[in-house]
Every structure is written in C-alpha cells, then in structure tokens.
Design a binder for this molecule. Structure first.
Ligand code: ZN
Length: 199
C-alpha cells in the first residue's frame, strides 16, 4: 500500500494516511516538479480566504445541512467568513472553468499541475462574451483560461448556490481524487512552522 511508503516521511497523526501518497506540483512555468508532502513546497500555498472565522463543516460524511435525515458526502471544507471577504487562490495555476448554475453557486475551478481547486458560493455571476466565460463581482473579473497567482484575490464570499450562510466551500482534487483540504492546510502550517524554527 502506497500509504505505508510515505508514512516515514511525515507525522501520520498530523496528516493522516489519506494524504500520504500525495505529492505537490508547481504549475509555474508549466514545468511541474514533484515534491513530497512534508517539504517546504507547501509554503507556496495561500490560505484561501480573508476574514476567516472558523471551520463550519469538515470534509467527509455528514447529515444534510439543508434539512432532512439523509447523509451526504461533503466534498470539501467550509470556511465561515463575513459576506464580501476576499477569496484567495490557493496555488498558482490556470482557471479551467467558471460557473453559476450548480449547487456550488458562483464558482471558480483552478488547475495547478495534478491538482484542481474549486471555490464555491462566491458573490457575483457568470457571463460570457466572444472570448469565453468569466465571472463578474463588481470590478473583479476572473476569466476561463487566465493564469492566477497563489494568493491572488479571485472572488468574494457570498451565498450563491446551495448554502445556508455566507462561507467558502473549498474542494481539492489530486489526480482526479478528492483530498481533505484540512490535511493540506496542516501540511502548509507545518511547513511554515518549520521555516520559523530554522531562523
Ligand atoms: Zn461545503
């Protein structure tokens, strides 16, 4: 099992086995380099929202937030933040799609190498012109195909799509498979902590 191979490289208690086979890829310059979890590469990631108030719903199975007794799989991590808080792109990459007609609401999908990161429930709406689709939120426009830097403001927290309050829903996929964003955030935190301790 791939998981075991990587466990020696990191603290299993912090990251969990689920993240173990995952490597990060830098999309900068279109020359991705594979780097194992637990290295300083994670410093390049940006926390995805300003005005962060807390995590309201973790990744995984949960009871339906919009009522009823059904259980559903929550595909991402929810960050509570006041309406209008800026959403920041996690990793340098390219916008592969924008949309406003699903449960995800006004949303942006970014690809960075083998990673796809999705930002849901944003303010604004999707539109289309001769050059393709984009989302509009006041003066902010994010267009399909454009490159985005890590930390770049790509939208604002809203309530579009299926949501009971303002928050950012953030989904991460690596090679097409869902990843728990909390594990990635812990890897980022650990990377930053180790940088501090080296000084
Ligand atoms: Zn969510």
């Amino acid at each position: 099992m791939k998981c075991n191979r990587w466990l020696s490289l990191m603290s299993a208690s912090l990251l969990g086995c689920a993240l173990a086979p995952i490597v990060g890829q830098q999309a900068i310059g279109n020359q991705p380099s594979q780097i194992a979890v637990g290295t300083s590469i994670w410093r390049n990631g940006s926390f995805p929202v300003e005005g962060f108030q807390g995590y309201t719903s973790p990744f995984g199975y949960r009871s339906s937030p919009t009522g009823g007794y059904s259980t559903e799989f929550h595909t991402g991590l929810d960050f509570a933040a006041p309406t209008g808080s800026y959403i920041r792109n996690w990793w340098a990459g390219r916008v592969i799609s924008v949309s406003d007609d699903t449960a995800c609401g006004t949303s942006v999908r970014v690809q960075s190498g083998s990673w796809i990161h999705v930002y849901c429930h944003m303010q604004g709406y999707a539109a289309r012109d001769g050059q393709g689709s984009y989302i509009v939120d006041g003066g902010l426009r994010i267009r399909e195909g454009q490159t985005v830097r890590a930390g770049q403001r790509i939208g604002r927290v809203g309530m579009t799509g299926r949501t009971t309050g303002p928050h950012l829903h953030w989904t991460l996929k690596y090679q097409g498979k869902l990843v728990d964003p909390a594990a990635v955030l812990r890897a980022m935190r650990r990377s930053q902590d180790s940088t501090v301790s080296l000084k």
